[in-house]
Ligand binder design. Structure first.
Ligand SMILES: Nc1nc2c(ncn2[C@@H]2O[C@H](COP(=O)(O)OP(=O)(O)OP(=O)(O)O)[C@@H](O)[C@H]2O)c(=O)[nH]1
Ligand SMILES: [Mg+2]
Length: 251
């Protein structure tokens, strides 16, 4: 028995599909980049209790202080001063949320988190922040993906490993996860390849990519990941012949 084809659909249903990346047309980084460019500052929260409850997918950018999280968000959104980036480590001190979505309809949120591991931060503040971030990563209901940024010249440090342990149970349950080796412009090809293979091993087979805001390496690829995570393509339901209604004339 044949499954109903588009020829038998009413004209409205045969209209051209909306212009979006689909499994059939393949990824289109222009769509993902255009979508990221819609980013707008939503709010800043010094503690979890100040975070608004949201029901759209949230993607968190985490990593050591100075790893390049805020710069990465600015590069992906093609906005110079959306997230506060600075040479001085520890500049991002609260959780900053940015909405994404065309025509003013928010369909995802990016989160810029303060970095960890900056030596000059007093012990109590470090401990407090570790608690806040641990809680955020474990309890934020709409958290859909985590991008861990890491300076390849340092590799994944002990604190990054702690973070990986915290999110592991959620990754098993479907949380998306990507490691970005930032500032890759500072490495030559051999160093970059070496850093990539070491961190891939450390990340236990997770997805690891080189990224440079300066040289724009990996930008479109990461944009596509962000889009795909938040706009999953629904697979067409396959009608098995056995489950299908018998057509007139079928025995
Ligand atoms: N060469 C180079 N420098 C970069 C790149 N990305 C970020 N930087 C620099 O690294 C420094 C830190 O960048 P930020 O984006 O502020 O880092 P952060 O991870 O947000 O830092 P905190 O907010 O302290 O946690 C800045 O001086 C950036 O210009 C890159 O791709 N290449
Ligand atoms: Mg920052």
């Amino acid at each position: 028995m044949t499954v109903t084809g588009s020829d038998s659909l009413p004209p409205a249903a045969r209209a051209r599909p909306p212009k979006s990346a689909s499994a059939a047309s393949g990824p289109d980084p222009k769509i993902a980049m255009g979508w990221l460019h819609t980013a707008k500052f939503l709010t800043t929260a010094p503690e979890l209790k100040h975070l608004p409850r949201l029901d759209v997918p949230e993607i968190a950018f985490v990593g050591r202080s100075n790893a390049g999280k805020s710069t990465c968000i600015n590069t992906l959104t093609q906005q110079h001063r959306l997230a506060y980036a600075s040479k001085t480590p520890g500049r991002t001190q609260s959780i900053n949320l940015f909405t994404l979505g065309k025509q003013g309809v928010t369909d995802a949120v990016l989160t810029d988190l303060p970095g960890y591991g900056y030596a000059a931060v007093p012990k109590e503040a470090k401990y407090r922040w570790q608690q806040v971030m641990g809680n955020y990563l474990q309890t934020r209901d709409n958290l859909t993906a985590v991008v861990l940024l890491c300076d390849p010249r340092l590799g994944l440090t002990e604190l990054d490993e702690v973070l990986l342990d915290v999110i592991r149970p959620r990754v098993v349950e479907g949380l998306k996860f990507l490691v970005l080796l930032t500032k890759s412009d500072k490495l030559n090809k051999t160093e970059a390849a070496k850093a990539l293979s070491i961190v891939k091993l450390q990340a236990g087979g997770g997805d690891v990519k080189l990224f440079s805001a300066l040289k724009r390496q990996g930008v479109e690829e990461v944009a596509q990941h962000l889009w795909d995570w938040t706009h999953p393509v629904e697979k067409p339901v396959k009608v098995k012949p056995a489950d299908a209604e018998p057509a007139a004339g079928d025995i």
